[in-house]
Design a protein around this ligand. Structure first.
Ligand code: SR1
Ligand code: MG
Length: 399
């Protein structure tokens, strides 16, 4: 018999008292449900002084933003906790700390990050965290390298691939990234004003062919234990600090998917800024986003390569020049996945505030059209963009 029950606020307080690893658990008295994501319950647990001390996160047996008509496995809570624990082993500075988890209750207690803010909100408000991009690159390099064949023993890695098989969550990504935006699907959401561009995408043979290749690589390339949903809403930042959260989409997939998702969210902000701030005030922020894209890739590649040179055990993979060749393929994948993130966040089920919070409808539609056409340009022209400077040149040419 399953022990699962949906937590009330009182259950969450009791759970945090028991498992929050606090010296004074009896001081915890209240919980506020703050989940604003698409899937889960999230409780902020406060003490008598009203200070937030821990987070209790519980998976619901369905997709929260849609409702009970879309059931979803509770096993995602296990996957999330175990992904974060492994990422935390290799990059403790930039992975949220899991204090306790229980697979049957699909619940996790994690460290409180109330002195941080969601990176997406900071990017939208124009609060610049100069170290954030380098820290995200470090997180990606450490977690992806140490779970890849460059570091893991081949037999252990195969066991991990099976432990982190995450079919239902992967299917969400497969559908939402690679299928829905390119057909007339009821999950898609967009303003009527975008209908002509949406119709063009649905009939764009070159685009659909390239997206098919990206989907195929997503389905079949078990390169490393990905975060699987590393957008700017899954990242907390504070002065000099950055922590990744929300790893329920974790699985062994193509490294370029995590890198491309992260790049894509910087570019979604780039596309939205003229609507959020006005075209003139947006110029500096947009230029900064392009520099962020450049820095993210270059620091990631540099760190990943250094780790390959220091720590690769396998004699064949350690062959001179191989890590560089592998990284070139990661780059090409990342450009393509970045393009799919731009498109699916504009017209698919799950949008981002960088575009949706633009108040003026005409301006919003213009920024959304830019995101769509930039996404398309990246996907279709990916083979011609051999490095990050060529990507930036293409983006500048596009604007
Ligand atoms: C039904 S889940 C929709 C989206 O929310 C998550 O954060 C993922 O990005 C997913 O694609
Ligand atoms: Mg999430």
């Amino acid at each position: 018999m399953s022990l699962y029950r949906t937590f009330t606020a009182a259950d969450a307080v009791e759970y945090a008292r028991q498992f929050g690893q606090l010296a004074d658990p009896h001081t915890l008295v209240s919980a506020e449900e703050i989940g604003d994501g698409n899937l889960n319950l999230v409780f902020k647990i406060r003490d008598r002084e009203g200070v937030s001390r821990a987070i209790v996160k519980q998976a619901l047996p369905y997709v929260r933003c849609v409702g009970e008509s879309w059931p979803l496995t509770l096993d995602r809570a296990r996957i999330e906790a175990q992904t974060l624990l492994i990422h935390g082993e290799f990059c403790p500075r930039h992975t949220v700390r899991v204090l306790h988890h229980d697979a049957e209750l699909a619940v996790m207690v994690q460290e409180d990050l109330s002195d941080h803010q969601i990176w997406r909100n900071a990017l939208i408000a124009g609060h610049y965290y100069p170290l954030a991009v380098g820290q995200l690159a470090e997180y990606l390099a450490q977690t992806l390298f140490h779970t890849s064949d460059f570091y893991q023993n081949a037999q252990q890695k195969k066991a991990q691939v099976s432990r982190f098989t995450n079919p239902e969550l992967c299917q969400i990504t497969e559908d939402l990234f690679f299928s829905d935006p390119y057909c007339d699907h009821e999950r898609n959401q967009f303003d009527e004003a975008l209908l002509p561009q949406v119709r063009e995408l649905r009939h764009d043979a070159a685009l659909k062919l390239a997206v098919a290749g990206l989907k195929h690589r997503f389905l079949s390339k078990a390169e490393a234990l990905l975060h699987g949903d590393i957008h700017s809403g899954s990242i907390f930042v504070a002065e000099g600090r950055l922590k990744a959260i929300d790893a329920e989409f974790g699985f062994y997939g193509p490294i370029g998917f995590d890198v491309g998702t992260a790049l894509g969210n910087l570019l979604l902000n780039y596309c939205g800024l003229p609507g959020l701030l006005g075209p003139r005030d947006a110029a500096a922020g947009r230029e900064q986003r392009l520099q962020d894209v450049r820095e993210l890739w270059l620091i990631f590649a540099d760190r990943f390569l250094a780790l390959c040179q220091q720590k690769t055990e396998d004699a064949a993979l350690a062959t001179s020049g191989y890590a560089e060749r592998f990284l070139q393929q990661v780059w090409q994948d990342a450009v393509g996945y970045c393009g799919t993130e731009l498109i699916r966040r504009t017209i698919g089920l799950a949008h981002v505030a960088d575009l949706d919070a633009i108040e003026d409808a005409d301006m919003r539609a213009e920024c959304q059209r830019n995101a769509l056409s930039l996404g398309r340009a990246l996907i279709v022209n990916e083979p011609q963009m051999a490095n990050v400077d060529e990507l930036l040149a293409r983006i500048r040419q596009h604007s």
